[in-house]
Design a protein around this ligand. Structure first.
Ligand code: BEZ
Length: 226
């Protein structure tokens, strides 16, 4: 399988997520068809039966209803076969009390990991001189236009934070629906920032309660239904 890297060698925010066909724990997929008109969180693992990753997959599975509420499909990737994934999923459900139903992509040759720049050292053999896996521990948020909107890479030692992934989705979707951005540590319900492209004149009608902290920093509450 050969997956061209998009727009040069580096996947960047705003790149189109590379398309690929792959086997998954739920059957074969074509990635762009899988995305369809949904948002997608794609997150990856270097190997099945790794401890930190086991806790992460269980946590994502338990939060699946929260992702679905936001129109987001979850999909994992791990550098092993589907048979191995099936056995790992049994363990994940046993250990974490989850019921994992989203697909986990089989990427035993790490071709998708390489195309997405997920490998921490650019070598598809992905093992160091002691036989320990280099990490494939990325999170991508992909929007319905198939554009990459967030890229995170985690070290092996540090479990991901599902609340942060949900928070970024809330921020991106709020920003796409309204002419706003979101400040540090924002969570839904907090004040948002009026987008710099909005003039004060426009802001008066769009955000009647906006206030000017500095000419470049204008805050406003936002109706939670927006
Ligand atoms: C883990 O604990 O999930 C892990 C271990 C080694 C490499 C990457 C991840």
């Amino acid at each position: 399988m050969s997956i061209p890297k998009p727009e040069g060698s580096t996947l960047r925010l705003g790149s189109t997520a590379p398309d690929f066909k792959a086997e998954t724990s739920r059957g074969p997929i074509s990635f762009h068809e899988f995305i369809g008109d949904s948002w997608v969180v794609l997150f990856s693992h270097p190997d099945d039966f790794t401890p930190v990753c086991t806790t992460e997959l269980g946590a994502f599975a338990k939060l699946q209803p929260e992702f679905e509420k936001r129109g987001v499909k979850l999909i994992g990737l791990s550098a092993n076969t589907t048979d191995s994934h099936q056995a790992w999923i049994k363990d994940i459900d046993e250990v974490t009390g989850s019921h994992l139903t989203f697909p986990i992509i089989a990427d035993p040759e790490r071709k998708i990991a390489l195309a997405y720049d997920m490998i921490d050292f650019q070598d598809a053999s992905n093992v160091d001189d002691k036989g320990v896996q280099f990490t494939i521990r990325s999170v991508f948020i992909i929007d319905p236009k198939k554009k990459v909107r967030l890229i995170l890479s985690y070290p092996a030692s540090t479990g991901r934070n599902t609340a942060e992934v949900l928070r970024v989705i809330d921020s991106l979707q709020t920003g796409d629906r309204n002419r706003v951005t979101t400040p540090i540590n924002w969570v839904p319900g907090d004040d948002v920032i009026v987008h710099p492209s909005v003039t004060n004149e426009e802001a008066k009608s769009l955000f009647p309660q906006f206030r000017v902290i500095k000419p470049y920093l204008r805050l406003t509450p936002l109706d939670s239904s927006k």
